[in-house]
Design a protein around this ligand. Structure first.
Ligand SMILES: [Zn+2]
Length: 443
């Protein structure tokens, strides 16, 4: 391993070792204070040129540019991580460095990218570079717990809005550089999230007068819930629609596909109806791109094996498509629920982000940077199924982009929020090069 990579890996390892698991309702920010002290130690040149503010456990910094009158840009990646249960080959907070990898909770989500953006900026600051426009950095303490408890990116975006700040673009965590992103497409693709689906949990409740299990009437609560779930599962509850982002994604991945599908995917506007029907039926990932989804995740019946429940419920986790938002999607569920005499309650709701155009200046800059640093990787827009802090920043920018400049394989993709999260050492230096390219070209 070369000296530069070794130095980089050791820095990231220290950030992994400084555990920052966020917990619902947190009020003690000591671990984030400790983590930020480490950041100051690792990136002294950057902290020396930035104005710094701390909100609860979240960090906001401004690097003044040569032209403060120009629209600033925002680079953001969160500090907190999810807990690390399960069986790990390397201790989750060890930051172990092996021959070709660095291991631990947060390597991919999201300390790797946080390290990369700060490392790039610190190097530039140490070289005496001043950016053309103001560059802001944000790093929240509550992304993994929804960020919407009035802290983290939620709070900071409102403060920025109140100050009248509008960013030319925002770059947050999101897609990465992957091979075979879908449909067996050959080659390497830099997946850039341009929007994210909204989420909510629905509780569907069935009531009855209860009774003994020895003389069950027809349509007891669990039976009604069962019929209801079976009907929802048919896949025809929500409107299927291939939006312009998904169409553009297909156009770009079609370059790596052989045979008849190449032609179909390269003209998604022409073959829209066919593609919608195929994708919705053949793969869960395909369906999630085209419509709202509803997944049943929890259930409760009576407390006794021989007691009919007076109340039973199931919980459905929903992700709303942009063309059929929360109100309309929940209404579709409610209609089915009414057939079986069930109540529907919306438990937790997060909002759907706007969609950033893949033709905007920020996206085009990302494309250019990717071309320079990762030749051969095809920049591809997509809609994320999961939520990120970037959605809050839609309050202060029309152009929120979600991309982390790391090359990862399928195993690594699945290690996010699971055991054995890890990052290839070979991807560290290019990530810094990428952020350096971005920071020296903004303005
Ligand atoms: Zn994350």
């Amino acid at each position: 391993m070369d000296e530069r990579t070794m130095r980089y890996a050791n820095e990231l390892a220290r950030m992994i070792r400084c555990e920052t698991v966020s917990v619902q309702g947190q009020s003690d920010y000591e671990k984030f204070t400790r983590f930020q002290a480490l950041l100051e130690e690792l990136f002294p040149a950057l902290f020396a040129v930035c104005e710094k503010e701390v909100f609860h456990g979240s960090l906001l910094m401004r690097w003044p540019g040569q032209h403060p009158e120009k629209a600033p840009v925002l680079f953001m990646n969160h500090q907190d991580v999810v807990e690390a249960s399960g069986e790990w080959e390397h201790e989750p907070f060890s930051g172990d460095i092996t021959e070709d990898k660095i291991w631990g909770r947060g390597t991919l989500d999201d300390k790797g990218a946080l390290w990369g953006m700060l490392r790039a900026a610190d190097e530039l600051a140490a070289e005496g570079f001043t950016p053309d426009c103001d560059i802001w950095f944000e790093s929240a303490d509550a992304e993994e717990i929804g960020g919407n408890n009035g802290e983290g990116a939620d709070e900071i975006s409102l403060i920025l809005k109140e100050r009248g700040i509008r960013f030319a673009f925002v770059l947050d965590e999101g897609g990465m550089i992957v091979t075979e992103p879908m449909l067996g497409a050959k080659g390497s693709y830099a997946m850039i999230g341009v929007g994210e689906k909204g989420t909510a949990d629905l509780k569907i409740i069935a009531r009855s007068s209860g009774g003994h299990a020895s003389t069950p009437p027809k349509d007891t609560p669990l039976v009604r819930l069962g019929k209801f779930m079976a009907e929802c599962d048919s896949g025809s509850l929500f409107r299927v629609e291939m939006n312009p982002t998904v169409q553009e994604m297909f156009r770009r991945v079609s370059g790596g596909i052989d045979g008849m599908m190449k032609n179909v995917l390269s003209k998604p506007d022409v073959y829209k109806k066919v593609l919608e029907a195929i994708m919705n039926r053949t793969s869960p990932e395909g369906a999630a791109m085209l419509r709202t989804t509803l997944a049943f995740t929890m259930a409760k019946g009576s407390d006794g094996h021989n007691v009919l429940p007076q109340e039973a419920w199931v919980l459905g986790n929903m992700r709303f498509a942009h063309h059929q938002g929360m109100e309309e999607s929940v209404e579709a569920v409610r209609k089915v629920a009414e057939k079986y005499d069930l109540e529907v309650a919306v438990e937790v709701a997060g909002f759907t982000s706007p969609v950033t155009s893949y033709k905007c200046l920020g996206f085009r800059m990302l494309e250019q940077g990717i071309k320079e640093i990762f030749p051969g990787a095809v920049p591809t827009p997509y809609i994320m199924n999961g939520a990120s802090d970037a959605r809050f920043m839609s309050r202060v920018s029309d152009n929120c982009l979600r991309f982390a400049p790391f090359s990862i394989n399928a195993d690594q993709r699945h290690s996010v929020h699971g055991p054995n999260e890890n990052l290839d050492l070979s991807t560290l230096a290019p990530a810094v090069d990428f952020y350096r390219w971005m920071m020296t070209h903004v303005g």
